[in-house]
Ligand binder design. Structure first.
Ligand code: FE
Ligand code: FE
Ligand code: ZN
Length: 280
C-alpha cells in the first residue's frame, strides 16, 4: 500500500465532493475544517453525504483523516465567551466525526494570553477531560506549536504534561507539525535525535499524524510561517527524512503549505510520492 499523503482540502460542496477532490489530487488522507475556521457554526448535518464519503474513503484505501479544529478555538483563554466557544466547537465537531469513524481531530492547544504557562496547561487539561468524557470513535490530537506569542505546546514537555493530566490514552495523541517544531527550536536535520527526544518525553505511541510543512523562518524563530516543501529553511532532505523515517511510515502526512490551488497540492504530493515508500 502507498504511504498516506495528502493536503488541506476545503469542504466546498460537502463531504463526498471533498473526497472526490482529494482523490483527484492523488491524496489518500487529508485535512479539513468541520466548520468555518474563523469560528461560526457547523455545517448542516447530511448523514447521507457523510455515509457516501465514508464508503469512498474505504474503497480508495484512505488512511485516517486529520480534521482541524477552528483557529479561533482557545481553551486556554481568559474570557468566558472564548472558553464557552471552545467547549461548544469541539463537542459538536466530535459528534460530527462519529460519522467518519477512526478519524483524528487535531487542535492548537491554545494561548494562555498572559495567564502563565502553568495556568494554560491546567485549563487545557481540564478541557480535554470534559471533551473526552464519553465513548468516541475518533482521537483528539494536540498539535505541536511554534511558540508564537503565548502559545502552549511549543515543547514536548508541555504536551507530555497535558497528556499525563488527562489520562485518556485511547482518545488522545499528538500531531507533529514540522514547520512548528523547527520554529520551536527542534532541528530536523537530526530527525533521529528529535524522535528519540519525543519518545523519551511524550512516548512515540502517542504520535498519530504529521503536518508536513517547510518553514520560511530559521530554527527557533517562533513565528509560524509555512513554506512550500523544499523551498524553506527546513529543506527537501530533512522533509524526506521525516516522510521516510521507519518509525513514522504508517502515519498520515498532511501538507499545509501555502499552495494557492488544489492542482498545486497535487503536484507537491506527486513529487513527495516519488520518494515515499510502500507500507504494509
Ligand atoms: Fe494546525
Ligand atoms: Fe499544522
Ligand atoms: Zn502553522
Amino acid at each position: 500500500m502507498k504511504q498516506f499523503i495528502g493536503a488541506h482540502v476545503s469542504v466546498g460542496k460537502g463531504y463526498e465532493d471533498m473526497v472526490d477532490r482529494a482523490v483527484a489530487m492523488g491524496a489518500n488522507t487529508f485535512a479539513f475544517f468541520l466548520r468555518n475556521p474563523r469560528g461560526g457554526s457547523a455545517r448542516a448535518l447530511n448523514v447521507d453525504d457523510m455515509e457516501k464519503a465514508r464508503e469512498k474513503l474505504e474503497s480508495h484505501e484512505f488512511g485516517p483523516l486529520v480534521a482541524h479544529a477552528p483557529y479561533t478555538m482557545n481553551p486556554a483563554g481568559s474570557k468566558e465567551s472564548v472558553l464557552a466557544f471552545a467547549d461548544l466547537a469541539m463537542s459538536e465537531d466530535l459528534d460530527r466525526l462519529e460519522y467518519l469513524p477512526g478519524s483524528y481531530y487535531n487542535f492548537h492547544p491554545g494561548s494562555h494570553v498572559g495567564q502563565g504557562i502553568e495556568k494554560g496547561i491546567t485549563l487545557i487539561s481540564e478541557y480535554l477531560k470534559r471533551m473526552l468524557d464519553r465513548p468516541l470513535k475518533s482521537t483528539v490530537l494536540l498539535e505541536t506549536m511554534a511558540g508564537k506569542g503565548t502559545e502552549v505546546g511549543r515543547s514536548f514537555e508541555e504536551l507530555a504534561t497535558i497528556i499525563q493530566n488527562v489520562d485518556r490514552d485511547e482518545n488522545l495523541g499528538v500531531c507533529l507539525d514540522t514547520c512548528h517544531i523547527h520554529e520551536a527550536g527542534y532541528d530536523l536535520k537530526d530527525i533521529d535525535g528529535v524522535l528519540q527526544e519525543f519518545d523519551e518525553v511524550v512516548g512515540l505511541q502517542y504520535l498519530k499524524a504529521i503536518h508536513l510543512n517547510d518553514s520560511k523562518n530559521p530554527l527557533g524563530a517562533r513565528k509560524d510561517r509555512h513554506e512550500l516543501i523544499g523551498e524553506g529553511k527546513i529543506g527537501w532532505d530533512s522533509i524526506i527524512s521525516v516522510l521516510t523515517h521507519p518509525k513514522l511510515l504508517n502515519l498520515p502526512f498532511v501538507l499545509e503549505t501555502p499552495q494557492k490551488t488544489e492542482k498545486g497540492y497535487g503536484d507537491e504530493i506527486a513529487e513527495l510520492r516519488k520518494h515515499s515508500v510502500n507500507i504494509i
